[in-house]
Design a binder for this molecule. Structure first.
Ligand SMILES: Nc1ncnc2c1ncn2[C@@H]1O[C@H](COP(=O)(O)OP(=O)(O)O)[C@@H](O)[C@H]1O
Ligand SMILES: Cc1ncsc1CCOP(=O)(O)O
Ligand SMILES: [Mg+2]
Length: 263
């Protein structure tokens, strides 16, 4: 397995534009996380402009966190355009398994296009694979270790890389699996950490052809930066600030040294 530093260096040298259709809760934090890691964020969801925006972006991140029908229309238009132009799509199925509306919209989005990367927590990935699990709003009620089979199924069904976050991040691409053991539990106590993981996966996918390499690099970057931030702050408010600082200071060498990736 190639070390993740090279994939990060590609992001930092290319500074890709990442088009996010994401939720109201995390827009600001996600944009800051992308800027800090060395990418360029834009948030745009109006049906009137999503096609033009995706045309100038390196990747499209679709996050269903605060859904409404007009947004779904914009997501579908953007996804179709991304397919037409060969741009990678990252899908974050926020709250899959919490309500039937979310499940229905996810079915429609996955009929519209196959994402390069599906990034969610364990409950969301299990729900997406058809299990009856009830996600606790947007929070997971399952462990990433229990989602390996579901991730495999989804990866085969949609031809996507599936990245499941948790104590260990599980990343599946067809029959290939990688595990990333970085991160700290405090990351679950700040909203937008998973959404940022998906947005950063977008930056990595924009700058790296191989979606498996991109998803692993993004997960390792998130986890390593969480560990660096935790050395400085052990409470959510200050941790969030130090996490952004860590994203801004991470480089290929440090990432290679601290990433714990198993295959
Ligand atoms: N128990 C944990 N220990 C260490 N890192 C974790 C833990 N749970 C989640 N993370 C990390 O936090 C980030 C967000 O993951 P998660 O909380 O699962 O996403 P979401 O916010 O979508 O539910 C990921 O980078 C993940 O690796
Ligand atoms: C709390 C909340 N409610 C709707 S979207 C959202 C943010 C979810 O963010 P994350 O999946 O990164 O925890
Ligand atoms: Mg999430």
């Amino acid at each position: 397995m190639e070390k993740p530093g090279k994939a990060l260096a590609s992001v930092q040298t290319q500074v890709p534009l990442v088009h996010n259709i994401t939720n109201f809760v995390v827009m600001n934090f996600t944009a800051n996380a992308l800027l800090a890691v060395g990418a360029s964020p834009v948030m745009a969801h109006a049906v009137e402009e999503v096609e033009e925006m995706v045309a100038i972006a390196g990747a499209l991140v679709v996050n269903i966190g605060t859904l409404a029908p007009q947004w779904v229309e914009g997501m579908k238009l953007a996804m179709k355009k991304a397919v037409e132009l060969g741009k990678p799509i990252i899908l974050d199925p926020v709250g899959a398994g919490a309500t039937s509306y979310r499940n229905q919209v996810l079915t429609e989005l996955l009929e519209t296009a196959s994402p390069s990367i599906i990034r969610g927590n364990a409950s969301e990935i299990l729900a997406l694979a058809g299990s009856n699990i009830k996600t606790k709003g947007v929070d997971s009620t399952a462990s990433s270790a229990d989602s390996l089979e579901a991730a495999r199924e989804l990866s085969k069904k949609y031809g996507s890389v599936v990245s499941v976050s948790g104590a260990t991040d599980v990343i599946v691409s067809g029959s290939d699996v990688a595990f990333v053991d970085n991160g700290v539990p405090l990351m679950t106590r700040i909203t937008g950490m998973g959404c940022s993981a998906s947005a950063i996966a977008g930056a990595f996918a924009a700058a790296n052809q191989d979606a498996f390499v991109a998803a692993i690099g993004a997960a390792a970057t998130m986890g390593v930066c969480g560990e660096i931030a935790y050395e400085k702050a052990q409470l959510p408010g200050s941790f969030q600030t130090f996490f952004l600082d860590a994203l801004a200071e991470i480089n290929d060498e440090k990432l290679n040294q601290l990433a714990k990736i198993r295959q």
